[in-house]
Design a binder for this molecule. Structure first.
Ligand SMILES: [Zn+2]
Ligand SMILES: [Zn+2]
Length: 253
């Protein structure tokens, strides 16, 4: 389900942060309580704040119980910010998902990770070359779109978690995706009503691929949303983010 109309104006897109972690993610700072996140979002003028805590296979986290607790808490918080309670769910292999379908669909926002290779449970391709990873990720995303589970793809194709590759090999996994393959998967996501993340840490680290995806996505008419992957309050709405994104993605003012 799309939560925002098609927007390519980065000044507008940065007002909707769809990738943030609260204290329910072990990696987030203790300051990331829902109340503090909402206050910070208000101060920064965010229109949408989406909380996407991790949901990994075999973790001790009850994603659905946490969702209900946060929804209940929101009832007592008065804010102009549209607060969505979602999760960063796991497509940890081809057709492999950590949560039951019903849980995904109950959340306000089912954001899916397909690249958490730092986790022991994550599936790797038999061919561990950059091209092997590119093909594997396309297979994972194809199956995910056919499953109807995802509202959003968090950090699409990001090599940030490929600690087994050097920088050149990480970039090679992105270059290994052909223009046709990228176009086809972007279209398939759009038909599945699934948006694509402009994941700011990935955009700044791999601007060439990010620009390629953004340009092709605009041509095709896909939905993009911005996510900062905030684990601390300072990263919820960083100063100057739109300008930095415009420079990285080649959007002229
Ligand atoms: Zn992630
Ligand atoms: Zn995240």
């Amino acid at each position: 389900m799309f939560i925002l109309e098609r927007v390519y104006d980065l000044d507008e897109l940065v007002l909707h942060n769809v990738h943030t972690h609260s204290v329910n993610s072990l990696c987030a700072k203790p300051e990331m309580t829902p109340e503090a996140m909402i206050r910070r979002a208000e101060e920064a003028g965010l229109k949408t704040l989406c909380v996407t805590d991790h949901s990994d296979p075999g973790d001790a986290i009850d994603t659905y119980a946490n969702f209900l607790t946060y929804k209940e808490k929101l009832r007592s918080i008065d804010t102009p910010v549209r607060v969505l309670i979602g999760a960063e769910l796991s497509a940890y292999g081809v057709g492999k998902y950590a949560e039951p379908f019903e849980v995904d669909r109950a959340l306000d926002f089912a954001s899916y990770s397909h690249i958490h290779y730092h986790l022991a449970c994550w599936e790797h391709p038999a061919d561990r070359s950059p091209r092997g990873y590119a093909e594997h990720e396309l297979r994972v995303l194809n199956a995910l779109f056919e499953s109807g589970r995802a509202d959003h793809i968090a950090h699409p194709f990001s090599p940030l978690k490929m600690h087994f590759f050097n920088e050149a090999e990480k970039a090679a996994t992105l270059d290994a995706i052909t223009e046709n393959e990228l176009g086809e998967i972007l279209e398939k996501g759009e038909r599945a009503a699934c948006s694509w993340e402009l994941h700011t840490p990935t955009v700044f680290r791999f601007p060439a691929f990010s620009r390629r995806m953004f340009c092709l996505g605009k041509e095709i008419g896909v939905h993009f949303l911005v996510g900062t992957d905030a684990h601390r309050l300072a990263d919820l709405a960083p100063q100057g983010l739109a300008e930095r994104l415009k420079a990285a993605l080649g959007q002229t003012p």
